[in-house]
Design a protein around this ligand. Structure first.
Ligand code: ZN
Length: 312
């Protein structure tokens, strides 16, 4: 979009172009599943056109990966012999669960609360013990996740799947999640064995309306360059006050939040997180980061002029 003369995408055209039998217009779908499918499809199409060499090299990532992917390491530790296994993974979405002790739907959280909760080690016990290769048996263990490369754009999904023991039915966890305009994420440098703090600024929220996870309605709140909130609700697009964004009606819950990497700092005091420097212009991929074929096409068609300043 940033380098295109087309400033508008029509949703039915995007759905049609994504060419999936799984996601049919008019049916109830999960936004997280569709976004994952869309980003995978874009990456596969880019590879199929020969824009990205097949090798799994940082320099040869697809546009979707350069924009949305990060790296993390899952660390599993045996609590009997202290053996550790480390499994690196790519991620395009951070799924945040609520603390287990909160059956009370009136308990509210902030996004930063949930990031911190989900960074805590998880004990592996009972049916979920760690298969320790050193002890050669299932042992009590510990799992935790470290982000080793924060993405340029961070997609956060709130896990709202619950289970009602009385009715034996899946339910939607209705806790309110208050967005933080800025959040911090710890990034671990394996080589240097030290953490840095990444600061992210919020630019969009996907809201799910409804008490059930099987159905409902999505709409989006997104900020423009002047930081005004705009509500995209089907064909209705309107400005909304930030107070409305902060105090959503009870059935409306933040389901997905999109944050842009803003800055990298060594230490951020808690009170400074909300007051971090104003969001710099969100930097999309530079021309040099685009695949050579696409770069040539853009230079030929746009004359290499700065994007979005040539057409109004
Ligand atoms: Zn062990």
């Amino acid at each position: 979009m940033h380098y295109s003369r087309h400033h508008v995408l029509v949703p039915p055209s995007v759905l049609s172009a994504s060419n999936s039998a799984m996601f049919v217009a008019g049916e109830q779908q999960d936004i997280s599943e569709y976004l994952g499918y869309l980003l995978n499809s874009l990456s596969e199409a880019e590879k199929a056109k020969g824009c990205v060499p097949a090798c799994d090299d940082q320099l040869n990532l697809t546009i979707a990966d350069k924009s949305f992917s990060g790296q993390l390491t899952n660390i599993y530790k045996c609590l009997v012999c202290s053996h550790e296994s480390r499994i690196p993974n790519k991620f395009r979405e951070l799924q945040l669960a609520f603390p287990e002790c909160t059956g009370n739907p009136k308990i509210n959280f902030t996004v930063q609360n949930l990031i911190e909760h989900n960074s805590l080690p998880e004990i592996l016990d009972g049916d979920n013990k760690y298969a320790c290769p050193t002890c050669a048996t299932y042992c009590k263990g510990e799992h935790h996740m470290r982000i080793t490369q924060g993405p340029r754009n961070l997609i956060i999904t709130i896990k709202r799947f619950g289970y009602d023991r009385a009715t034996h039915q899946p339910t939607k966890l209705m806790h309110k999640v208050y967005h933080n305009n800025s959040i911090s994420l710890e990034q671990y440098d394996n080589a240097m064995q030290q953490f840095t703090i990444l600061l992210y600024r919020l630019y969009a929220i996907v809201i799910h309306v409804g008490n059930s996870l099987d159905s409902g309605h999505y709409y989006v709140l997104a900020r423009d360059a002047e930081h005004r909130w705009i509500k995209f609700n089907d064909s209705e697009v309107s400005y909304v006050k930030s107070s409305e964004v902060r105090h959503l009606r009870s059935q409306n819950s933040a389901h997905m939040l999109l944050y842009a990497l803003n800055d990298e700092v060594d230490m951020v005091a808690e009170e400074d997180k909300e007051n971090a420097a104003p969001m710099s212009h969100m930097a999309p991929l530079t021309l040099e980061e685009l695949p050579a074929k696409l770069r040539k096409f853009l230079k030929r068609n746009l004359g290499n002029e700065p994007p979005n300043q040539t057409t109004q």
